[in-house]
Design a protein around this ligand. Structure first.
Ligand code: FDA
Length: 503
């Protein structure tokens, strides 16, 4: 058997990649997944796989000497970020682009390792507006339910929610929202709420209750390395290579030749390999997939890629903000890092916003209510390939966040007014109340139905597919990973039926 050939190659191990690999494996197709980040399965000297947010170490960030959290200061003091060494293949990356920084997970499981676990299906009318050519009956009847099942989505017990100290912060924000006339809703999660109850009862090691989230959760979270990826490996047809970074690819024979660098955890290149495949599935995320395709076009390997490549990128309207509560309204020293509630003002025709009520994992009382709001705006940017740095660069301008901030302000001005509260201006490094210079939700770059056909097949090249958040044009109105997973499930079902079977 030719060691350097595999029928299907999947780049990345995030949501789109993992769903795709499982279905390929089930169909009997030998598949290799290549992931530039590490395999997070081995405990460090402290007995834990991941470090906590209160004591970050080299495991926290992707080749940095200091952590870079979004909530950067408290009372304007630089007390949150910490020096770390050595620069290491840590689990959270922050990629700087003009006007916006993008947070990403690095490792086997992609964003699922670092995210807040909120598993939200978008409102159907908004989904239909964003991706009008996708059959919504099929998505809402088949693929969203399938994604929820496979991801292990579960719901908080409403009675426990009402009494636990861990969600005092959410109940405080709910009361403030209701007083101002805004509805709230429970948010489904991939964090195991039974486990969380046992944490709070002192019956299980703490994770959500131990300030763990953006540098990974040691327990309780059903990240992809607990769900789709072991299922894919269990088919016997899928293998995963970690610390393997795809550099480039080109058409070769009836498929593609992919150039891969194998690195070690300190970033040294240990080997350069060429792997050939018949079918190449790009699941490297909005930034990673778009960059690989742009590099292939600009360097001449795939000159016929569609002109739309790079377009339709957006930050999903992300805006973070904090409010200062009255002293009689404590939010609790012990907060679950996994949000379980959101303010749903999406029915507002002028300023539709979904605002998740976020924790402040500080381990002490702060009297702050924190939110990650998601506004629906049409602002989009475009990636262009920069040959000098060999990277894809966004042309997002900071001013493009203004419509999202206006929408979010309209919701929270009202909440502040009714409750007699104010914004916090000390949390984001400067004096601004609204932080829109980063996103957790990069979307777009290879939009479905434009750069690809309606099932993720890249236009102009057979056997080449996009499977991840790059397919979604810039906005889902809610947290995006259920949508990314469900779309990948839908697309690979068609691709297996029409393109891949029999190989
Ligand atoms: P994803 O980014 O997950 O995976 C891509 C993988 O490809 C990564 O592992 C990457 O290392 C790898 N890769 C990239 N380039 C490569 C290359 N050249 N070679 C090899 N490998 C390569 N969403 C949500 O729905 N609910 C939530 O609560 C949150 N919360 C949240 C918090 C934080 C801190 C972050 C950073 C993000 C979230 N998100 C979220 C967003 C969510 O995690 C994100 O939308 C998905 O992970 C995107 O899935 P993809 O499949 O597109 O790629």
């Amino acid at each position: 058997r030719d060691q350097d050939f595999v029928p299907a190659l999947v780049v990345g191990t995030g949501y789109g990649a993992a769903a795709t690999a499982l279905r390929l494996g089930e169909a009997g197709i030998r598949t290799t997944m290549l992931e530039m980040g590490g395999l997070w399965d081995t405990a460090g000297a402290d007995g834990k796989i991941f470090c906590s947010m209160l004591e970050p170490d080299h495991r926290s960030m992707w080749f940095r000497d200091r952590t870079e959290t979004p909530l950067a200061t408290f009372l304007w003091l630089d007390v949150i970020n910490k020096d770390i060494e050595p620069p290491f293949a840590g689990v959270l990356d922050r990629v700087a682009h003009p006007g916006i920084d993008v947070y990403l997970g690095r490792g086997v499981g992609g964003g699922s390792l670092v995210n807040g676990g909120m598993a939200v299906v978008p409102e159907r009318d908004y989904f239909e507006r964003i991706l009008p050519e996708v059959d919504a009956d099929e998505m809402y009847g088949t693929y969203f339910p399938l994604a929820n099942r496979e991801l292990g989505v579960n719901h908080v017990d409403p009675e426990w929610f009402e009494t636990t100290e861990a969600y005092r912060y959410a109940r405080v924000s709910r009361a403030h929202a209701h007083r101002a006339g805004f509805p709230t809703t429970f948010v489904p999660s991939v964090y195991d709420f039974d486990y969380m109850q046992r944490e709070t009862a002192g019956e299980a090691p703490r994770s959500a209750l131990d300030c763990e989230v953006i540098y990974g959760n040691n327990y309780g979270k059903r990240s992809l390395d607990k769900t789709y990826l072991p299922a894919a490996l269990g088919t016997g047809n899928v293998t995963i290579e970690s610390l393997h970074r795809v550099r480039s690819f080109r058409p070769a024979g009836a498929g593609y030749a992919v150039e891969v660098e194998q690195i070690d955890e300190l970033g040294e290149v240990r080997a350069v390999k060429e792997i050939r495949c018949r079918h190449l599935f790009l699941g490297a995320g909005s930034l990673g997939t778009t960059e690989l395709l742009l590099r292939a076009r600009e360097q001449g390997a795939l000159p016929d890629l569609d002109e739309s490549l790079g377009e339709g990128w957006g930050p999903n309207g992300n805006v973070m903000l904090g409010r200062a509560n009255h002293v009689w309204d404590p939010t609790g020293a012990e907060q679950s890092t996994m949000p379980a509630m959101g303010i749903d003002n999406t029915a507002d025709p002028d300023h539709p916003v979904f605002a998740e009520i976020a924790p402040i994992p500080a381990g002490l009382e702060t009297w702050v209510s924190l939110y990650l709001a998601i506004a629906r705006t049409p602002e989009r940017a475009r990636f262009a390939f920069d040959a000098a740095t060999d990277t894809a660069r966004l042309d997002w301008r900071a001013e493009q966040a203004a419509p999202a901030e206006t929408a979010v302000r309209s919701l929270f001005d009202r909440i502040n007014q009714v409750n007699g509260t104010v914004y916090r201006h000390d949390l984001f490094g400067g004096t601004r109340a609204f932080e829109s210079s980063f996103t957790y939700h990069p979307l777009g770059g290879c939009v479905l139905g434009r750069t690809t056909d309606l099932h993720g097949r890249v236009r102009g090249y057979d056997g080449l597919y996009v499977t991840d958040g790059a397919l979604i044009p810039g906005s889902t109105g809610v947290n995006p990973f259920v949508t990314i997973t469900a779309l990948a499930e839908r697309n690979v079902a068609r691709v297996l039926a029409e393109d891949v079977r029999g190989n």
